[in-house]
Design a protein around this ligand. Sequence first.
Ligand SMILES: [Zn+2]
Length: 235
Amino acid sequence: MAWKIKDGLICEEEISTKHNLRLFVTTRNFGNMRELEQRNILAKTINLDIKNLVYGEQVHNNEVFVVRDEKEDNYIKGIDGLVTNRRFIPLAIFTADCLPLFIIDPVNRAVGLLHCGWKGLSLNIIDKGLLMMKECYNSKMGNCCVGIGPHIRPCCFTVGKEVMDKFNGKDGEKKTSSSWSLDLGKVVKRELIELGIKKENISICNMCTVHQQEHFFSYRRDKEKNRMMSLIMLK
Ligand SMILES: [Zn+2]
């Protein structure tokens, strides 16, 4: 399984094709996806109906919202994750360095999308997201497949003791007496496996949002409001 850049989108085609989904992360080519106008340009360009797009406020917490019906341009306050088993309702999150996590249950035809920064991870958003999949759709972790989109890699993610203390020491490397490089991908992968996701069902994108300026917005690098959009939709 591998992530590739195609027509300005970062795609995991094996997952999308096998499970009949739209699944991608935009590159900076499509501009700031927080803006409705830019999203409409994207929708037109890639021929995708996003009028039922659902997205959350993203407050770096662990709340996951269950999408049950269609509403136009649905903005949900106070959440960082979404799950649904409804077809043609695109779920979206916006990131610039944080880690987008896609969950697919091919057996019960349900999907989830989580916004994972270090704060959300330390509040166990992954545990919460998977629990919602189990409770709402009877998902079995052994059947689920997970995609980890582009995020800030350890090459660029230097953190202090207050952050590192919230994680397993094995997920970071000590740089100086007071700084560590934290590997969010490693944190996430370890947690997923502990929660029952099979290693072979995890596809991680190894691109770095900070390093690869030509493709990505990065909050850490640019301190700007621009965001990429991760989207998943059951077809
Ligand atoms: Zn980097």
